[in-house]
Design a protein around this ligand. Structure first.
Ligand code: ADP
Ligand code: MG
Length: 467
């Protein structure tokens, strides 16, 4: 049966009311009014329903917290709906003149709420969707990520690969995916004829296995090999699966031979990629290997300031709250953003001004998790590893400088990072006297003011210990 367009629209409005009704019964009143009441139905885009929200913050919040539920309810009332996307509508003044507010600019484009059962034809789009927030202009650069950032920019700006592959690696939540998406957005914008394919290593494997099953590996190969820029995210997940490794390697070589750009990300460096064949590992290290290191305080603060500006319409976040978060949430940027989001959300939800006390209160559980208790044993182990001495030397009577100095560093950190008294610390270091501990602390304090290398070592150890 062919539906008249009008009746489709009519149905859609009707369905939207039903979805809203269901959401209202499921959520408490304040939550509904704060987060979901501001949503408007825009229309249908393919098999996706497009909803609009007044602000970017609201869009991200709804996407993160209510996406699954909204999609599930839509599918209940209308099984043809496969996904839901959110877009930010312009401020009311410009709204009347620009009703078609769904232009997909990298910053304000709709955020797709991915559809778990979406059919993914092999001959369709092989890549994964790009996050509109992940652009170069939204990336804050600091000491720990400037190499990766500069390299990503060059790859995005030049037509021929400046290095191949660009291999980005670093711990989770520090911006690898962000940089890859930024490269893709940049090229799409400046050079739309270049074909950019971005996908996760897992999706690459999935596509390949599917092609095998349908005996369609030829078109699989052609698809990937037609890319001008191929980006494979989280390549550590490719380890172990031999046939996929093989295919990945061939695809990689075929592209590199034709002068196409390849960008890879991983949580570890090429030599550390266990489970990957040696030839692949070494091949991955041929281009530029750029690491992203843990954030510094300055970078964390910079990122928070940048985010807080985005939220300026919703809530004002005082500087001391930003400094507090940058100081306390050190694990990764994702968690840092999450913490700020929670504080802002709380402020909007209960109409409470953001203060330091309020932030501490909202983030109680998170902060507690970050207050990892450091033990003297942890300190001894790490310091011994760092200076390449045996843990036993922390307790031994040896006085050679090579072991005595690290031992003093460990005592110094024990005093700084644990609530232990001097005699208690002494006992843990082979039954030394508390005056020995005191002497060690004075000595290190003194050296720190003249020896920047030692000072940096101690800071690095402290950061590692406090995680
Ligand atoms: P990874 O892929 O390394 O695990 P992501 O790229 O997914 O990490 O980053 C996690 C979150 O942190 C994202 O929301 C991203 O935008 C943000 N982020 C990470 N680094 C930065 C940065 N330097 N500036 C701004 N946002 C960042
Ligand atoms: Mg990632």
């Amino acid at each position: 049966m062919n539906l008249h367009p009008k009746s489709v629209t009519f149905d859609l409005d009707e369905h939207w009311s039903q979805v809203q009704g269901l959401l209202r019964t499921e959520l408490d009143d304040t939550a509904y009014r704060t987060w979901l009441a501001p949503l408007d139905l825009v229309g249908l885009e393919g098999d996706r329903v497009l909803l609009s929200v007044p602000t970017r913050f609201l869009r991200d919040w709804v996407a993160a917290h209510y996406a699954d539920r909204i999609r599930a309810l839509w599918r209940c009332v209308n099984p043809r709906v496969c996904g839901v996307a959110l877009t930010v509508r312009p401020a009311p003044s410009s709204r009347a003149s620009a009703p078609a507010a769904v232009v997909a600019s990298p910053v304000l484009g709709p955020v797709p709420l991915p559809c778990e059962a979406a059919p993914q034809p092999l001959d369709g789009d092989i890549g994964a969707p790009l996050d509109p927030r992940f652009t170069f202009s939204n990336f804050v650069v600091g000491k720990s990520n400037n190499l990766a950032f500069a390299a990503a920019r060059r790859v995005a700006e030049l037509d021929a690969p400046p290095f191949n592959p660009l291999f980005l690696y670093g711990p989770v939540g520090l911006g690898k995916t962000h940089l890859m998406h930024a490269i893709a957005w940049h090229i799409r914008h400046d050079n739309p004829r270049r074909k950019v394919v971005y996908l996760s290593a897992e999706k690459f494997m999935y596509q390949f296995i599917k092609a095998l099953r349908f005996k369609d590996t030829m078109s699989f190969k052609e698809l990937f090999r037609s890319a001008d820029v191929l980006m494979v995210d989280d390549v550590q997940f490719i380890g172990g699966k031999e046939s996929t490794q093989e295919e990945f390697f061939h695809t990689f070589n075929a592209l590199a031979d034709r002068g196409r750009q390849i960008v890879i990300s991983s949580d570890r460096s090429p030599p550390e990629l266990a489970g990957l064949e040696e030839r692949i590992r070494s091949r991955l290290g041929w281009g530029l290997v750029a690491d992203i290191r843990p954030t510094t305080y300055e970078l964390r603060l910079g990122i928070l300031q940048c985010k807080a500006r985005e939220f300026a319409r919703e809530a004002k976040v005082p500087d001391n709250v930003l400094a507090f978060l940058a100081h306390r949430i050190t694990s990764n940027v994702r968690e840092l953003e999450g913490a700020l989001n929670r504080v802002v959300a709380q402020a909007i939800l209960v109409g409470r001004a953001i203060t330091l006390e309020m932030a501490q209160d909202v983030l109680r559980d998170l902060l507690r998790a970050h207050e990892r208790r450091v033990t003297i044993e942890d300190i001894q182990k790490l310091v011994a590893e760092h200076y390449r001495i045996r843990i036993a030397d922390m307790h031994s009577a040896r006085r050679a400088r090579a072991v005595a100095r690290p031992r003093q560093v460990a005592m110094y950190l024990a005093k700084q990072l644990t609530p232990r008294s001097l005699p208690e610390i002494g006992r843990k270091f082979g039954g030394r006297d508390h005056t020995t501990v005191m002497h060690a602390i004075r000595k290190i304090d003194e050296l720190r003011s003249t020896d920047p290398v030692l000072s940096e070592d101690i800071e690095a150890l402290r950061r590692l210990l406090q995680g």
